[in-house]
Design a protein. Structure first.
Length: 199
């Protein structure tokens, strides 16, 4: 059972990741299964934001499906959006338009209250430092090797590609990412690689 205090603390951490302040118009999106998370986010936002709106809409059929027009309009009007939904809004025109207009958006799809409360208990300053070190190592690398117990053994070239730290820092205008955060990644060269992918 997740305590209300743990859920509230996780919500505060999420708002910190977005740098939520008095000038912000916060929109908290949810579907019915994520309502408890959304209510915690809205409650944490009320004392610190200029305006807070919680908007629930019916669960869609898949990630990337456009939300209803009223939701898309609300996303465009907000400066901070926290999307605690069943499916991701990451690759929707609604999200793209809002970030192009400067909104800061955090996707938090498919979380339940227990996972949200536990996963957001992170020292994001420490996470940022570690992510930056890993991203720098990926940027400096020429090749990488991926192995698995299923038989995968692949060499890929990453020379010239920049590593990226997904560290939860969504404070700059137009920032978009998923919470909880915590990875560093690089895209390999698409035309060079060798090995076997096990299934």
């Amino acid at each position: 059972m997740t305590s209300i205090n743990h859920l509230a603390a996780a919500a505060v951490t999420a708002l910190d990741c977005l740098g939520c302040g008095q000038d912000d118009r916060v929109l908290v999106l949810c579907n019915e299964p994520q309502r408890a998370i959304a209510e915690a986010l809205a409650a944490a936002a009320r004392p610190r934001a200029g305006a807070v709106r919680l908007m629930q809409y019916p669960t869609l059929s898949r990630s990337g499906e456009e939300p209803p027009a009223s939701v898309a309009q609300a996303i465009l009007e907000a400066s901070v959006v926290l999307a605690s939904t069943a499916y991701s809004i990451s690759h929707t025109q609604a999200r793209l338009a809002a970030t192009a207009a400067g909104a800061r958006i955090a996707g938090m799809c498919s979380l339940n209250p227990a996972i949200f409360a536990r996963a957001m208990r992170v020292d994001y300053a420490q996470l940022g430092m570690r992510g930056a070190r890993t991203a720098a190592a990926l940027t400096a690398a020429v090749t990488c090797r991926i192995t698995s117990t299923a038989g995968t053994d692949v060499f890929l070239r990453v020379e010239g590609r920049a590593g990226v730290a997904d560290d939860g820092n969504l404070r700059h205008p137009g920032a978009f990412g998923n919470l909880p955060a915590g990875e560093a990644y690089v895209a390999p060269l698409e035309t060079v690689g060798d090995g076997t992918i096990g299934l």
